[in-house]
Structures are given as structure tokens and as C-alpha cells.
Ligand binder design. Structure first.
Ligand code: SF4
Ligand code: SF4
Length: 603
């Protein structure tokens, strides 16, 4: 190993290349990563002789070039050196069983294309200008009013005008994101330690993988794929396979924001064709629920009837397999004015820590009691709570279906409402991590405003706030015992906010662990498969259940009394799949503080 490493270092020195070497020394296993700027065209002329020199050094010392990741498109052309006698036999077997080279093209037994042309960053294309009809795209300035040119030489200065008109991309960001994908395949994993990518795992279809979304956009930016294809059904089908769980944020090796790329692809389709009816309902769910609220009794009765659910599926594409939670007669934001919480209507000047509650659609329309006990817990812990009743839904679902105009309108509205409060010293508290993630991450891509940055810095989800309070020694710990064993599922977007999948315990888990006699078992079986309304749509229902099956199985274990998750959509899915009730941690805290009876856990 010593000799090989020193020979390799001499080679890199000779070719003026910096490289990183890592590996498992005990096994004699070495990972070699030369650090090359593929945008530089002279790299191409050096790369082939360098690769030949490196591989022949390794083979001379009795090593193998296949090792950890096998032999893909880039190494296959060097395989005859490794197997000089056997390689003709490999080729004969290939040509007997796959004469057209259809299976795994380019791998192990290469044909035609030189390996350099398989490099993902297309050496010539990376530096080339995308001219189209010649519209120069400028980078929006931070206040969104004036523009400044993209950095020279760094990114293409020109893009097809159609892109600009239809997509309103910030091209530098989209371009950078698409190019950051190095094809490593980390997003094609099936092991339990990982969650990326729920849809790819559930279907084992390569087009559903995060890499495919990056490939699609890169293909369009490089003009390998016609721009028209971006607004076609095929591209829409690929983009639709991202339900914005944001696991890419933490698990993609290059931390590419794939959900943003998918959103931009969907938005392109919507700009060209309009929103399909099922996506329109998803995007405008809050409006639909406002219309249904006056007839909630009829609606709830209809949703208990199988025929009506079938009709509902035919008309609105919401799966008849889903049982809807009961719609409230008065949404939380409407009832505040006439409830015990009306003192929360105006911001207060007080020495107390001030928080403004963001409730979002589910809690507002289906579970107002959850918001009420959240206020009780906050006040019990000395917070001054304000409920801004003119807040609107976060827009998470509009973002999910590519309804960019609406998502942007909602973001602008909420940011305008909340930024005044933030300037007065308020923190914005969400009940679910998915809302926090939308307010902090998604808004940043919709609006290039100082306010969206300010919002991102001042939004916290409920459990994170209370945990922070606990660590400051200010949490009221007058908890009563709750003698149950619960299975806790960490929602994907919550993990994405925490920045780690392997986090020991989420804020919700840490808080629940403070409750006497409550046993909390973390169930790490990947995504639940619901993702807001995605899993309720008829077209996704089966995939959704398939993705959630490992979690359902774990929850069905007899020693687990019920499920817990800080995302209400996850709770619905957990209850649906396990036939046990699933609750929000706020409900358990409320029971333990005595704000809800113990029987509330047995609903
Ligand atoms: S993990 Fe990220 S960088 Fe690697 S192939 Fe997937 S999308 Fe590309
Ligand atoms: S955000 Fe989630 S669903 Fe979308 S590509 Fe990434 S892992 Fe898959």
C-alpha cells in the first residue's frame, strides 16, 4: 500500500493535479478522487493519460480497479487491462445473451462511446453558452428590483427566452443545482439507515430517483433535451415523483435542492398547460375547505359513506380509500375572536417572550383543539402568545404541485404579515415542522426579499421552542404521568430542518421523554408516504401505502399503544395503515399538563 500511495502521489504531482485519497487501509482499499475543474477544456487532454497511468500502477501492484463501486461507464474501458485473458470471454457472453447491448449499456462491456464522454459534466457543454433566441438573463438583486449580470465565465450568460418567460427561474441557482449532481448514486439506496428517496425506494424505478430530476434539467440546460419536453407529460411525470419531502437536503451527497428543481419543472408545465383539476384542489385546499365549512355536517356524513367517497374520487381524484378527518364547523382562526383566546388577537408590549402562532390549514380546519392546547401550553410556560388571524395557509401544497403564482402570493402575504411582528421581537411558531420548513426554506426560493431571510431566521416549530425553553431552565415541569408506550415517527421535513437523519432524538422526542411513565420508542422505518395531500390523491394512493408499509408494520406491534408524530399528515397515514390512533406530541404534553383528559389519547 505504501508503494502504491507514493507512486500515485508522484503521478498527481507530475500531472499537476490535487487529489484526495481515502479508504479502508486494513483492507488495502483506496478511494482516489482527483480534484478537477471539468469546465476547463484542457483537463480533457490530461485526463485520459492520467487515468491510464493510475490504473496501470494499481494493476501492476496486483490491485483491482473495480473495488467498492464496481465497474461503471468510466472504468469499463480499462477492464481489458485487468482481465486480459477473460475479457474476450466476457464480451462473447454479452453478445450471446444481449447482442444489441440493451442491458446496462456502456457498463462492463463498453461499445462505441469513449469513456470521457460519459463524464456527467460534459466537458465542452459545461463552458458553453446556451444561446436559444438570445435573451440575456440577469441575476435578480437581493431586493428584487434591479438586476446584476451573472458572474462572467462561471455560468451561461444566455438562456432560451422561453425558459425565462415560462419559468421565471433564477437561472444561476437552477443551473448550479443541476450541475452539482455528480452522479454518485447515493440517492439510489434501499438500506434502512437512509430515507432518500421514498418514491424511488417504493417503486425501484430509476426515473423516480432524485438523480433523474437533476439529469432532466441538466439535459435541458445543455440542450440535449428539447426545451419543449420540459413542458411535456413525460417531464411532468418525472417531476411529479418528487413530493418535496426534502430528504435530499440532508442525504444527497452534494446537498442539491432537488425539490426546488422538481418544483421548477412542475411550474413550467403549469405555465404551459394550467393546473390539472386534482392538483388545483390540492393547491387551493384552504379555499375548498372554506366553502365546505358551512355544510360541514353534510360533508362529514358524506365522507363516512362509501358511495359518496367513490363519487368524490371520480369527481375530485381524492382516493376513496382515504377516510377524511372531520371538518370543523368553525376554523380556529375564525373562532379566536369569540373564544377564551381573544386576548391573543393583538400584539402585546410585555417583558415576556413573545410568540406568534402560525396554524396552517390542517389545524385550522380539522383540529382547532390542537391549536388551543398549544396556546395553553405556551401561556403556561410564560410566553405571551399572539394569534395573527389574517395569516394564510403556508402554500406548502401549492409549492408541491408547481402552482408557483399562488405559492408566491401566499408567501408574500404571510411574509408581509409576519415581518412586522418579527421586527417587534416576536418569534413565529408553527405547529408542524412541514410549515416551518415551508416558511424558512421554500419562501426563500419564491421571494428574493430581505424579509424572507428575516422570516427564515425567526421561525421555529413548537417542540423546538419548548426544548429551547427547557434548556434555558424555564420549562414548567409539572407533568403528570402518562403510562403508555408510544411509537414515534420523525417526519421527513422535521429531520431536514434538524439537518441530520441520524439525530439521536428530535426536539419532540426529547420533550416526550420528560413525561413520567411515558415510554417513547423511535421507529425509524423511513418516510410514511403521505406527504401532505400527495398520498390522498387517487393516482398516488397505492404508492403512498407501499412506502409507508414498514412503518405500519412496526406500529402494529402489540407492545406499541399508539403512534406519535409532529406532522398531522404523518399521523393520518400512521392511523390509516396501523389501525391504531396516532397523535401529535402537543396532545401528549397537554394531557400531561392536565389540559386534556387522559381519555383524549384513546380516541
Ligand atoms: S445523491 Fe445527489 S449528487 Fe448523488 S446522484 Fe443523487 S442527486 Fe446526484
Ligand atoms: S425531495 Fe424527497 S421525494 Fe423529492 S427527490 Fe428528494 S427525496 Fe425524493
Amino acid at each position: 500500500m505504501n508503494d502504491v500511495v507514493s507512486k500515485l502521489l508522484t503521478l498527481f504531482h507530475q500531472y499537476k493535479v490535487t487529489a484526495s485519497l481515502s479508504g479502508h487501509v486494513g483492507q488495502g482499499h483506496l478511494r482516489i478522487h482527483p480534484l478537477l475543474d471539468l469546465a476547463q477544456t484542457d483537463v480533457k487532454s490530461n485526463l485520459h493519460p492520467l487515468a491510464e497511468a493510475v490504473y496501470s500502477t494499481i494493476l501492476r501492484y496486483g490491485g483491482t480497479i473495480s473495488s467498492e463501486w464496481g465497474t461503471g461507464m468510466l472504468k469499463s474501458q480499462f477492464l481489458p487491462q485487468q482481465f486480459p485473458h477473460l475479457f474476450p470471454l466476457f464480451r462473447e457472453i454479452k453478445e450471446t445473451f444481449d447482442p444489441q447491448y440493451l442491458l446496462n449499456p456502456g457498463k462492463v462491456i463498453p461499445r462505441g462511446t469513449h469513456w470521457i464522454n460519459h463524464l456527467r459534466h460534459g466537458l465542452e457543454k459545461r463552458g458553453r453558452k446556451l444561446s436559444g433566441s438570445g435573451v440575456v438573463i440577469n441575476r435578480p438583486s437581493s431586493n428584487g428590483t434591479s438586476t446584476s449580470p451573472l458572474l462572467a465565465g462561471e455560468l451561461p450568460r444566455e438562456m432560451p427566452s422561453q425558459l425565462e418567460i415560462q419559468l421565471r427561474w433564477e437561472p444561476s441557482y437552477v443551473f448550479e443545482s443541476a450541475y452539482q449532481c455528480n452522479g454518485c448514486g447515493e440517492c439510489l439506496r434501499f438500506d434502512r439507515e437512509s430515507r432518500i428517496c421514498p418514491l424511488f425506494r417504493g417503486t425501484a424505478t430509476i426515473e423516480f430517483a432524485p438523480r433523474s430530476k437533476a439529469d432532466l434539467l441538466r439535459g435541458i440546460l445543455e440542450k440535449d433535451i428539447d426545451l419543449d419536453k420540459l413542458v411535456g407529460e413525460r417531464a411532468k411525470a418525472i417531476a411529479d415523483t418528487c413530493f418535496q419531502c426534502r430528504m435530499c437536503d440532508i442525504e444527497c451527497a452534494s446537498q442539491i435542492d432537488i425539490s426546488l428543481l422538481a418544483f421548477r419543472s412542475k411550474a413550467a408545465y403549469v405555465a404551459a398547460h394550467g393546473l390539472p383539476l386534482d392538483d388545483l384542489i390540492v393547491s387551493r385546499l384552504d379555499n375548498v375547505l372554506n366553502l365546505l365549512t358551512p355544510v360541514n355536517v353534510l360533508f362529514n356524513a358524506a365522507m363516512r359513506n362509501r358511495f359518496m367517497r367513490w363519487l368524490f374520487e371520480k369527481m375530485f381524484h381524492i382516493s376513496q380509500g382515504r377516510t377524511m378527518p372531520a371538518l370543523t364547523s368553525r376554523p380556529f382562526l375564525h373562532r379566536v375572536r369569540w373564544s377564551a383566546w381573544r386576548h391573543c388577537l393583538s400584539p402585546e408590549q410585555t417583558e415576556k417572550e413573545r410568540v406568534a402562532l402560525f396554524v396552517d390549514t390542517y389545524v385550522n380546519h380539522f383540529d382547532p383543539q390542537l391549536a388551543e392546547v398549544a396556546v395553553q401550553i405556551l401561556e403556561h410556560n410564560g410566553f405571551s402568545v399572539h394569534i395573527p388571524v389574517r395569516q394564510q395557509t403556508s402554500g406548502l401544497r401549492s409549492f408541491a404541485v408547481g402552482h408557483a403564482d399562488r405559492a408566491e402570493r401566499l408567501a408574500r402575504h404571510n411574509i408581509n404579515r409576519m415581518s412586522d411582528l418579527i421586527r417587534q421581537g416576536y418569534k413565529i411558531i408553527t405547529i408542524e415542522p412541514s410549515s416551518a420548513s415551508c416558511l424558512t426554506k421554500d419562501y426563500r426560493h419564491l421571494l428574493d426579499h430581505q424579509e424572507s431571510e428575516m422570516m427564515a431566521e425567526n421561525v421555529l416549530d413548537f417542540c423546538s421552542l419548548l426544548l429551547r425553553h427547557y434548556r434555558a431552565g424555564k420549562l414548567q415541569e409539572d407533568f403528570q404521568s402518562v403510562p403508555y408506550r408510544v411509537g414515534y415517527h420523525a417526519p421527513c421535513r422535521g429531520l431536514a430542518i434538524s439537518g441530520s437523519l441520524t439525530i439521536d432524538a428530535t426536539p419532540a422526542e426529547k420533550l416526550l421523554n420528560l413525561i413520567p411513565e411515558l415510554e417513547v420508542e423511535r421507529i425509524e422505518r423511513g418516510c410514511c408516504g403521505m406527504s401532505g395531500l400527495w398520498g390522498a390523491q387517487q393516482k398516488n394512493y397505492r404508492h403512498s401505502l407501499h412506502i409507508g408499509t414498514p412503518l405500519f408494520r412496526a406500529l402494529r406491534q402489540p407492545e406499541i399503544d399508539f403512534g406519535v408524530s409532529d406532522c398531522n399528515a404523518c399521523c393520518l397515514q400512521m392511523a390509516h395503515g396501523s389501525r391504531k390512533c396516532a397523535l401529535h406530541p402537543i396532545q401528549l404534553l397537554a394531557v400531561s399538563y392536565g389540559f386534556l383528559p387522559l381519555s383524549a389519547l384513546e380516541r
